[in-house]
Design a protein around this ligand. Structure first.
Ligand code: HEC
Length: 203
């Protein structure tokens, strides 16, 4: 008797569980900002990250299109998963570009140097538009006794073709989504990134 009731109820419970799962999935689809699939999963033990809860919330991804994450303001943003170990493609690319083009002046991991400011702090305040503007046109502190110049990168494809990547990487550092760590894993390079890179570098 006992065995028979088990046979009858199990498939029913399985069906019920499935129905619940699909109802949750539909709900998450409707309420995009709360989509758990887009939430960052950070490394709580990484003290070098200096997490800023308000900024992490403000710049959280609400949408993803072919591996490119976008925040509520429509600006590109980072997506960090697997306890801070895995980056979205663009942020990972930004990490590499930063260390190829910017770190000689701005220090490793956006930490700054005696010559140039710590971008992990600057990006707490700079908007996306301001960041791109400085990258294109450069910046010069005319009041400083010692001339310190941020070069204009407007015609440098190795920088401008990756400006969004640099932005999301430095935002991730500013918000404390990632610390002073070499990223160990990343999402696959999206087809869109491949195409855009080819067009930008070649055209
Ligand atoms: C030759 C050295 C040098 C290189 C290379 C360089 N920068 Fe700069 N950058 C500076 C200096 C110096 C300043 C400060 C200028 C000022 O405040 O007038 C600066 C300022 C900035 C600012 C504004 C910071 C703020 O707080 O207002 C941003 C953003 C920036 N750089 C981004 C970058 C990025 C991204 C790269 C790599 C693509 C890069 N820089 C490469 C020297 C450099």
């Amino acid at each position: 008797m006992h065995n028979l009731s088990n046979i009858v109820t199990r498939p029913f419970l399985a069906a019920l569980a499935l129905a619940t799962v699909s109802a949750v999935a539909v709900h998450a689809e409707d309420a995009k900002p709360a989509d758990p699939a887009l939430a960052n999963s950070l490394n709580a033990n990484d003290k070098t990250a200096e997490q800023d809860p308000a900024l992490l919330k403000k710049n959280a991804a609400v949408k993803v299109e072919d591996g490119k994450y976008v925040d509520a303001d429509g600006h590109p943003t980072y997506h960090v998963t697997n306890d801070g170990k895995k980056l979205d493609w663009y942020t990972y690319s930004g990490y590499r570009r930063y260390h190829a083009e910017c770190h000689v002046c701005h220090g490793p991991d956006g930490m700054g140097s005696t010559y140039a400011p710590a971008l992990k702090d600057s990006l707490k305040h700079l908007s996306y538009e301001e960041f791109i503007g400085i990258l294109v046109g450069g910046k010069q502190d005319v009041s400083a006794s010692e001339q310190k110049v941020m070069p204009a990168f407007g015609d440098n494809k190795n920088v401008m073709c990756y400006s969004d990547d640099l932005y999301t990487y430095l935002k991730a550092r500013a918000d404390g989504a990632i610390g002073r760590v070499r990223p160990s894993d990343h999402e696959d390079k999206p087809e869109t990134a491949r195409k855009a890179e080819k067009e930008c570098m070649g055209g």
